[in-house]
Design a protein around this ligand. Sequence first.
Ligand code: SIN
Ligand code: FE
Length: 333
Amino acid sequence: MRACGRCVPDGHFGAAALIAEPNVPPASAPPGGDAADGAAHGVAPVVTLAISDWHPSVAPADSDRHAGVLENGGVLALPQLAFGLDARETRFLDVRWSDGHAKNISLDGTRLHGAAGAAADLAALAAMIERFRRSANTLVAALFPRYGPWLAGARTSFRPQPASRRPASWRKDDTRLHVDAFPSRPNRGQRILRVFCNVNPAGEDRVWRVGESFEAMARRLLPGVRPMLPGEAALLALLRVTRGRRSAYDHLMLNLHDRAKADLDYQAASAQREVRFRPGATWLCFSDQVMHAVVSGQYMFEQTIHLPANALYRPDSSPLAVLERVTGRALGR
Ligand code: SIN
Ligand code: FE
């Protein structure tokens, strides 16, 4: 199938799987280009692609253009790319498969976490999540050949809980705008690419807010971030708070995550807009770069992919490069 890089038929999200907030009119699509929205308003642009196959054929120039959207902090939305569940899998669209402790059910290699049930059922649940992992990785390899060597390894999640469920703490509250950064897993500037798919059986959208550009957010919030203390990274690693040593980059990313979530004025007043992903829609973004918050929704798959800087098409746009420019310091170590 050669479907990449075309407008959805009506040229904007409204009638497809994605709806722009009513008071933010969709940006008009360039002739023959992708349907884009958001950039003109200073928030993460959302670009819609008419792809309906998990293994699309994509011309090199289209790969480069789509990578430009993602790596410059945009979201790629594929409203026609559904992940179909078969008759034996739809039973998993039920919160009773959650173990009641973890927020998500996740597959890490072959190990299933956060699920409860009989062994045979859990094996079938893991197989369903593994099927999504393969589909998401196939899609990313086809869209972005340069990312291909880095697809294995990261975990896949199935999210049967209502996204608006009350979190344990404000730090874990993903209904607040944030970039992803993990306290226990330093990544030294490796990227966090995520593929999402809404599989809600009752017609419920996954609703997100997306915020201002990474650089605008960093310039605003960095002045409040304390420097890393001498010996802090070594101590955290020694105490096994972190798996490996936290770099200056990890310290800043974690603090930007926390400062954004803790600042209710920032949450309310920073540039943002609502984006809706209908059931049957797939979308991708670098979640370490796009300011995002989930508003509502239930039943979603998510695949994480970690990419080193040398896999990027535009390394100068990465959060590491932006933070090094803004602070004037090397941060990768
Ligand atoms: C997040 O990554 O912050 C949450 C996204 C979602 O659950 O839709
Ligand atoms: Fe997040």
